[in-house]
Write a protein that binds this ligand. Structure first.
Ligand code: PMP
Length: 441
């Protein structure tokens, strides 16, 4: 369905996020509709969604249960104040969610995005330690190459130079462990790399430097997505868990991309068999359709906040749209869709086919690594000297022209299709990429 051509002079007002605005506005790429696995562009072309939007549309697009849930809720209760008032959908959603979380996660705090979920989790961690009489535990530990959204807490614990360097001193009392990416030892791995569990000892090094009694929490993405799909080495997360247990440090998993089925399990915590104390989610919670995030905490954490005088608010934090009725309805429609269509099992079953298809790119020009886990894949390209990101971005443009949406981060192509993808569509993704990589400068 072709729509009116985009007029360039209409494009100036919108300051686009994480976008080269001037370049984009010279040659805009616009989607005007979407259905299941495909977007339709403003010039009427079909583009296969190889990235589930931004790692969020796990059930694909235009899914009837979600659309209908939103429509109904908008006509019934559009908004209710989030503070000192409630509405049934938020409570229903919270209960539904705590049925799919790992054991012990019986409470959930609602936000509107991954970034807000991260900052909420960091605040919960510090406030919890204080509530337990451990006010000296205020330090936070993140990791190099971590992405935890764009709010001040998130960029402080995050480890991406470009996202940090413009914004002053950030939070104080933050340290970073080393990242786990190691092409020398772990190139071309399917699933978890063999080498690098010992990198978890970096947590101990930092904790010892400051004294463990000053550390509130450590936050990691179980699988780092935005910095190019970094899968944890075998045993790494377990080791982090052990160090946290020994030293009273809370372990936070940022599951914004791994939550809700991406690895074929509800959460990465299930996949790796390591249970954190706090789990940060968003994206797939509502299939990306309405902004919403959710932070899950273990019972012990919730209970620590419930011990003061009953008439007092326990946690001075919240958003106007926390547990918004329409977002809650969208999330319930999303969970129904995942469950009725068995999408998590489907992702687990498709993962080996996906991995084989991805790894068939080995040996193509410029490819220096391939990594995969669940329905996530990464193709790392050799950077052009002096022109980092150029090669991958040019692959992105060529893929878009060929009818395929991919995502690039630095010199890495990241892939994360909706879990409804068919095998023939997986073939299309990798056949298209083969052609592109073969013809790339
Ligand atoms: N954490 C992780 C691990 C993410 O991948 C992202 C988004 N890509 C965020 C946090 C931030 O989420 P949002 O963009 O919804 O704020």
């Amino acid at each position: 369905m072709a729509s009116a051509p985009v007029r360039t002079n209409n494009l100036e007002a919108f300051w686009m996020p994480f976008t080269a605005n001037r370049q984009f506005k010279q040659a805009p790429r616009m989607f005007v509709s979407a259905d299941r696995m495909h977007y339709t562009t403003s010039d009427g072309r079909q583009v296969l969604d190889g990235t589930a939007g931004l790692w969020c549309c796990n059930a694909g697009h235009n899914r009837p249960k979600i659309v209908e849930a939103i429509r109904q809720q908008a006509g019934e209760l559009d908004y209710a104040p989030a503070f000192q008032m409630g509405h049934p959908k938020a409570f229903e959603l919270a209960s539904r969610l705590t049925q799919i979380t790992p054991e012990g996660f019986d409470h959930v705090f609602f936000t509107n995005s991954g970034s807000e979920s991260v900052d909420t989790a960091l605040k919960i961690a510090i406030a919890y330690q204080r509530a337990k009489g451990q006010g000296s535990r205020f330090r936070l530990i993140g990791r190099e190459r971590g992405y935890h959204g764009v709010n001040f807490g998130g960029i402080s614990v995050g480890g991406i130079v470009t996202n940090r360097k413009m914004f002053g001193t950030l939070l104080t009392g933050v340290d970073h462990m080393r990242h786990t990416h190691d092409l020398d030892r772990n190139a071309y791995t399917v699933g978890e790399p063999e080498h690098g569990a010992e990198l978890a000892d970096d947590l101990l090094r930092i904790a010892t430097l400051h004294d463990p009694s000053t550390i509130a929490a450590v936050i990691v993405e179980p699988v780092a997505g935005s910095t190019g799909v970094l899968v944890p080495p075998k045993g790494y997360l377990k080791k982090l868990r052990e160090i946290c247990d020994q030293h009273g440090i809370l372990l936070i998993f940022d599951e914004v991309i791994t939550g809700y089925g991406r690895l074929g399990t509800p959460f990465a915590a299930d996949y790796f068999g390591v249970t954190p104390d706090i789990m940060v989610t968003a994206k797939g919670l509502t299939n990306g359709v309405i902004p919403m995030g959710a932070v899950f905490v273990k019972k012990d954490i919730y209970d620590a906040f419930m011990t003061g005088p009953e008439h007092l608010i326990e946690f001075f934090h919240g958003y106007t749209y926390s547990g918004n009725p329409i977002a809650s309805a969208a999330a319930l429609g999303t969970l129904d869709t995942y469950q009725e269509e068995g999408l998590l099992t489907r992702a687990a079953e498709l993962a080996p086919y996906w991995a084989d298809a991805l790894h068939s790119l080995k040996g193509l020009p410029h490819v220096i690594d391939l990594r995969s886990i669940g329905l996530i894949g990464a193709i790392e390209l050799e950077p052009i000297a002096g022109l980092p990101t150029k090669r991958a971005f040019s692959a992105f443009l060529k893929a878009y022209d060929a009818g395929l949406l991919i995502r690039t981060t630095g010199d890495i192509i990241a892939l994360s299709p909706p879990l409804i993808i068919e095998k023939s569509q997986i073939d299309f993704i990798f056949d298209t990429l083969k052609d592109i990589l073969t013809s790339l400068d």
